[in-house]
Each structure stands twice: as C-alpha cells, then as structure tokens.
Design a protein around this ligand. Structure first.
Ligand SMILES: CC(C)(COP(=O)(O)OP(=O)(O)OC[C@H]1O[C@@H](n2cnc3c(N)ncnc32)[C@H](O)[C@@H]1OP(=O)(O)O)[C@@H](O)C(=O)NCCC(=O)NCCS
Length: 150
C-alpha cells in the first residue's frame, strides 16, 4: 500500500469513494445528499486538485481512500465503503497532519460531517464550532487540533 499524490486519472474512483461517504451518512437528509452529490462529480475533484493538494491511499493498484490539505485545513477525508474501520482513515489523517507540520503549521482543522466527529475526537480533535451550510441544508462541525500536542 502507499499514500501518493492525486493524478487526473484518479478522478472517477476518488469521486466514487466521496459519493459513497455521502450516501452512507444516515444523518444527512435526501436534500443534503443530493446537493453534496452534485458537488462531488469527478471533474470537480480535478478542479479541487488544482486548488489544494489531494492524496490517495492505494492498495493493490486500487484507490481506497483520499484526503486533502488546503493550507492547514483538512479536506475530503473519505475511505471506500468496504474498507472502512480497518485503519485507513487513521493513516490518512496522520499522514496529512505530518504534511501540515512539514509546511510549518502548528494547528489543523476540518469541517467534519456530524456523523464523523467522534472519529476526529479519537484522534485528538476538539469541537471549535458548529456551522449550518445554508445551500446544502446540513450542519458541519469545525474540529481543531494543536499539532504539537500529538
Ligand atoms: C470517517 C472515516 C474517514 C474513518 O475512516 P476509517 O478508515 O473507517 O477509520 P479507522 O479504521 O482508521 O478508525 C480509526 C478509529 O476511529 C473510529 N471510527 C471510525 N469511524 C468512526 C465514526 N464515523 N465515528 C466514530 N468513530 C469512528 C474507529 O472505530 C477506530 O477506533 P479505534 O482506534 O478505537 O479502533 C470513514 O469511515 C469514512 O470515510 N466515512 C464516511 C465519510 C466521512 O464521514 N468522512 C469524514 C469527512 S467529514
């Protein structure tokens, strides 16, 4: 397995994994899922990769997870449905925190889905704020971590 930089040809698989994350979130309404899916199409990942760094977790030549870093904001952490709860999310999170450290950041933060906040708490994050996304109609939880504490 390896964690490597996103390539344009990864777009379709990466988008598939992100959509699974949205579809499987039992706390999201259908309206919110529809909005999120519309914004998770493959070419939008190509577009995103031009705005911030995206890395993928690859195992046996298949992408099974992704994570992004936009300055010190952790973006789009998703693990493929059939590969969740096997430690991939924790590896991606630790990898991206190290990337942020290398860039000189002392803190990271993310806007977590309500359903994923306990995952971040397990990895040393605490709640900073709860925000309502007007366009999509759902709440996200801003979670932050001091990197020097880890
Ligand atoms: C949330 C997610 C990224 C976690 O990745 P993962 O590979 O399944 O998690 P790991 O196997 O590395 O789990 C690490 C620990 O977090 C816990 N955990 C994982 N997902 C959790 C969740 N949703 N809520 C609470 N705890 C969770 C695991 O039980 C494990 O605990 P342990 O160390 O005590 O055994 C993944 O489940 C996912 O993609 N979910 C759907 C999309 C999503 O919610 N993404 C978050 C972006 S906002």
């Amino acid at each position: 397995m390896c964690i490597r930089r996103f390539k344009p040809q990864d777009s379709v698989r990466v988008s598939e994994i992100a959509v699974q994350g949205v579809v499987d979130d039992e706390l999201l309404s259908n309206r919110s899922k529809k909005w999120l899916k519309k914004n998770e199409f493959s070419n939008s990942y190509l577009g995103k990769s031009k705005k911030f760094e995206i890395f993928v977790f690859e195992e046996n030549h298949k992408i099974q997870g992704l994570v992004g870093l936009d300055k010190n904001e952790i973006r789009c952490l998703y693990v493929a449905r059939e590969k969740r709860l096997q430690g991939i999310g924790a590896q991606l999170l630790s990898f991206i925190e190290n990337q942020a450290k290398k860039k000189g950041y002392q803190k990271t933060f993310t806007y977590s889905a309500y359903s994923a906040q306990d995952f971040y708490k397990k990895h040393g994050y605490s709640q900073v704020a709860i925000k309502f996304n007007q366009k999509a109609g759902f709440y996200t939880v801003e979670m932050g971590k001091e990197l020097n504490d880890s």
